[in-house]
Design a protein around this ligand. Sequence first.
Ligand SMILES: Cc1cc2nc3c(=O)[nH]c(=O)nc-3n(C[C@H](O)[C@H](O)[C@H](O)COP(=O)(O)O)c2cc1C
Length: 390
Amino acid sequence: MKARRRVVTSRAAPAKRRPTVRRIKSAILPATRRVLPPAPVAPTQGGNGATQRQVSPPTAGRDGNRPATDQAVDLSVDLGRGLVLANPILVASGTFGYGVEYGDVVDVQRLGAICCKGTTLRPRVGNPTPRVTETPGGMLNSIGLQNPGVDAVIDKYASTWSRWRVPVIVNVAGESIADFTEVARRLDGVPGVAGIELNISCPNVGKGGIQFAIDAEAAGAVTAAVRRATELPLLVKLSPNVADVRPIARAIADAGADALTAINTLSGIAVATGRERPLLGNIYGGLSGPAIKPVALRIVYEVSQVVDIPVIAIGGVTELADVLDYLAVGAVAVQVGTAIFADPTLPARLVEELAAECRRRGLDRHAPLIGTALPKRAGPPSSKGVEYRP
Ligand SMILES: Cc1cc2nc3c(=O)[nH]c(=O)nc-3n(C[C@H](O)[C@H](O)[C@H](O)COP(=O)(O)O)c2cc1C
């Protein structure tokens, strides 16, 4: 995939070191509005998964300068295997339930897709409490995949989903390849199930409990097995808890995934008030929210350079500027997660804001916004070191 090279010029270091302490945004509240960058000259490439329709180059409004405010904007995203999203704003697994819970608050049909709560072969009661805690710029959760099991999920929600215009992607978790494939097999062909997103940040019991997501071979093997078990569009979710995500992303793409989603939560802990033990009942939790956005941006940036399948970004989206940043580093779409707890109307509003932003820039689709910050040739990964370059 081609993109413009960004030349970074080095500047002389300031004479005195200044402290770099910054105020961190309140945990999961939408960030304060940032000034949007000026409309760039749009490159002609369409990005890996955005619909590749050839359109005329970006045009200004009919008067030549004013943005074309009445222009229809094509926000569609083709994820392959017939799954075409109406727009690139999805809701992330575990933060929007099964979609039905939000029917009174939000017009769920306006979303690009809903990734439902993690679903396993058998019901799970989840982890001991406490399961969540707020952190600077985010939250830690250790829900433990509490869910009623795939059969109950199908019985309870699939018929409702089948009447919806918005596609529902079922997030699938398991402890073995057999678990994952059996859940996929049961979901295959069920009306209302538009696709599967594999949560591979789960222990692989057959391999000493090492997560599938941190081992390229295991990640490829589980993807290939699920690929054989279902015709459904297959998304696979990357973990940030690895030194170099690129071989893992490549293994998953080579194994037949239709798209990658990135990222799942970062592993972390909190300490209980009396400091006599860790706070969460499960000790470890997953960090999410604005705090993880730079990590997610870096991973989307690195992965977009090495795979040809679409990449969907996740991590700390709270406003339109976040969406635009992720598109710039190669994502074709984004998922909104933790920010939904503060404002469930945010994802639907982002759809309108993205369309308005395209109009402001004189674009009739969002595809030209994708990949503008990527280098022309794949650069060195962050695992080669950031501070100490050879
Ligand atoms: C409470 C909670 C539950 C989650 N449950 C799941 C899950 O079941 N499956 C999954 O793949 N990711 C799950 N996630 C991770 C999110 O889908 C998302 O990848 C992560 O929170 C980063 O996005 P955010 O910063 O916008 O929240 C969960 C996140 C939270 C906060």
